[in-house]
Design a protein around this ligand. Sequence first.
Ligand code: BG6
Length: 481
Amino acid sequence: MINKQFPPHFFWGGATAANQCEGAWNADGKGVSISDVMTNGTHLEPRRITPVIDEDSYYYPSHEAVDFYHHYKEDIALCAEMGFNIFRMSINWTRIFPNGDETEPNEKGLEFYDKVFAELKKYKIEPLVTIYHNENPFALTHKCNGWASRECIEYYLRFCEVLFHRYKDVVKYWIPFNEINCLTTKLGNWNHAGILNDGTEYFTDQTDNPDLRFAALHHQFVASARAVKMGKAINPQFHFGTMICHITVYPLTPHPDDVILTQQEDMMRNCFSADVQVKGIYPYYIKSYFEKNNIHFEITEQDLKDIAEGCVDFYSFSYYMSNCISSDANSAKVSGNVMGGAKNPYLKATDWNWQIDPKGLRYTLNHVYDRYGVPIMITENGLGAKDVLEADGSVHDDYRIQYIKEHIEQMKEAIGDGVDLIGYTPWASIDLVSVSTGEMEKRYGFIYVDKDNQGNGTLKRYKKDSFYWYQKVIQSNGEIL
Ligand code: BG6
């Protein structure tokens, strides 16, 4: 009989990122991160990157976010109440090294994470730590245009070394870079590498220099590999994972041109970065891509050796949608978190025009397991939607329940197919600031936070219907959906 049940020690939890939930942007010695200089925006109005913070003219949503910094006890207690046994979070680099290039860490910043980890431990919740999640020190943009410079590797490793020593007994699961493959697109320059080229004013319309961008990606591959090697020397029990923003792609038609384009898009956007991090090689197809696109940057022998020696142990990815690829430039379009695509006539989309495709998750799980053969975690998946807080404090988010339920059903199918799926941390544990638009009202959480797009609200937490539903899912290890 085919077993479609979740394994007994399956990780059930939720995900967050420091810059989107912590707030306290300049508390206790914290420096300015790249997220702290991004204004709010909307679906139609792009977020602005302001090299000088101007709070009189603009609203910066990361500055307070949902103030996890002062609410972490309450928030973790709520996650424990849902039954989480894993909690994905990031460590804000600028709390530890405010400018990125200091030699001594900021003790106050480390103390905050000591407390967070102690709180998680109290409830037997495993931390899953993203080391870099859009929190590059802004000072490194001034100093060396972020990851465009090789210098960043050393600064990052200094940060890792501090984390690995300090938390060697409390953290086992590490993700060196969130959605590292975003650097294959020009949108990745800023959030994923702190690169600010002349002419960039808006997050969604950045000046791109592919040589710098791919150099930055290469520097992150090297940094990731060296972090893995360093981490395993400090604690051989550490597990490291890649984290890919997986935009699953289908050919819009069976026309061979569409099929070839789709394959190329999949290899470039989804596979390239994981091939490097999981297999420890620069894949064959990337060489011709660089040649065709006239992309040049330095790769040393030592870099390749490090990459080969510092492979990650598990594959993790975010999955929100799928897109179609068409060779017809006039095909109808949809948007997405990193790249849009052609509209799939069989799928519905969210209010932000992200196509909803639960079966695509089963397809993706099989696709990546076949390619890499390592354990897999889905470290982001969820529905950004407008929620209504009722007068009695309830939030009826049946649409979110439906979305997650259908995705969990497909996870079970994939387990039945034989995929080694070990964990699920949907986005997000709690409402937080949206990356693409800077809105609060594009909500993902199981926990509602009373705060609006302009920063008004009490910050009070409320349990949504999905909170109680997910609690039952976890209690039954995915049997009651
Ligand atoms: C992922 C990011 O790309 O998508 C998260 O890792 C982000 O940080 C999530 O919040 C959802 O995107 P958005 O733009 O709706 O916040």
